[in-house]
Write a protein that binds this ligand. Structure first.
Ligand code: URA
Length: 253
């Protein structure tokens, strides 16, 4: 039995693909969207798991909590149980003014503003998405009919200073991050989120595959906080994009 996710090989039943939302509250809904036959497996701390099915294959849905450190534990333990492909679904803040709400962003590579990935590979090692998973996610995004973008994501350990937010307790951002948002904009980075850098680095370092699709809940060039309606719609858009991606994705070991 894996220590944190509380899963073993018997429960994972040969699944090769895991869908990874951050929020445990999104696991059941996502699993049932993919198949009404979905079943609860386990729940411990931030890790809630359900088994669902697509194309006659078992697909694990397991939440990771927020950020790289907790995601790294899930990926370690799930890889040890035979998962070969990881698809992160989550929410994101866009930083380019042209990105609309709602829309989806498919991350092709991540700026490693996290700490956890450095425990797996040196900073020169790229945090890049798997091509086949990314292609399937692009097709899935097309099916939703909403705007989507693909490109580079800044993936930060913190929601506040690392994403240069000043609407905070101290209202202070350390010098390293002052001006970082406009720097990323100029370097054509699309968005901020908190998990893709760790996920892509670990997956590549392990010889496994990973992809990431995010739903834009806020555009930082316009405001800082999302509203609840946008959040509910984001969940739905992600589930339908990933559902279609699963129907066309094959993972060869
Ligand atoms: N997730 C983030 O990390 N940043 C945002 O702005 C929204 C969601």
């Amino acid at each position: 039995m894996k220590y944190h996710v509380k899963l073993n090989e018997e429960l994972v039943k040969g699944a090769k693909i895991a869908i990874l939302p951050g929020d445990p509250g999104r696991v059941e809904k996502t699993a049932k969207f993919i198949s009404p036959k979905a079943q609860f497996l386990a729940s411990n701390r931030e890790y809630t798991s359900w088994m669902t099915e697509a194309n006659g294959k078992n697909i694990l849905v397991c939440s990771t909590g927020i950020g790289g450190p907790s995601l790294s534990i899930a990926v370690e333990e799930l890889a040890g149980l035979g998962i070969k492909a990881f698809i992160r679904i989550g929410t994101t803040g866009a930083i380019q003014p042209f990105i609309k709400i709602p829309s989806l962003i498919i991350t092709t590579g991540a700026v490693r503003l996290d700490g956890a990935s450095k425990h797996y590979a040196p900073v020169e090692y790229p945090a890049v998405a798997d091509f086949d998973i990314t292609s399937a996610l692009i097709e899935g995004a097309k099916k939703t009919g909403i705007n989507f973008y693909k490109g580079i994501t800044a993936s930060s350990d913190t929601f506040y200073p690392g994403q240069e937010r000043y609407d905070t307790y101290s209202k202070y951002v350390i010098k390293d991050f002052q001006g970082s948002l406009s720097e990323w904009q100029k370097l054509h980075v699309l968005n901020f989120e908190m998990e893709s850098a760790t996920l892509f680095t670990i997956a590549n370092a392990f010889g496994l595959k990973a992809g990431c699709i995010s739903s834009v809940i806020v555009n930082r060039t316009q405001n800082e906080t999302p509203d609840d309606k946008v959040l509910a719609q984001a969940e739905q858009n992600l589930a339908s994009a990933v559902n279609y991606a699963l129907s066309i994705l094959t993972i060869n070991e």
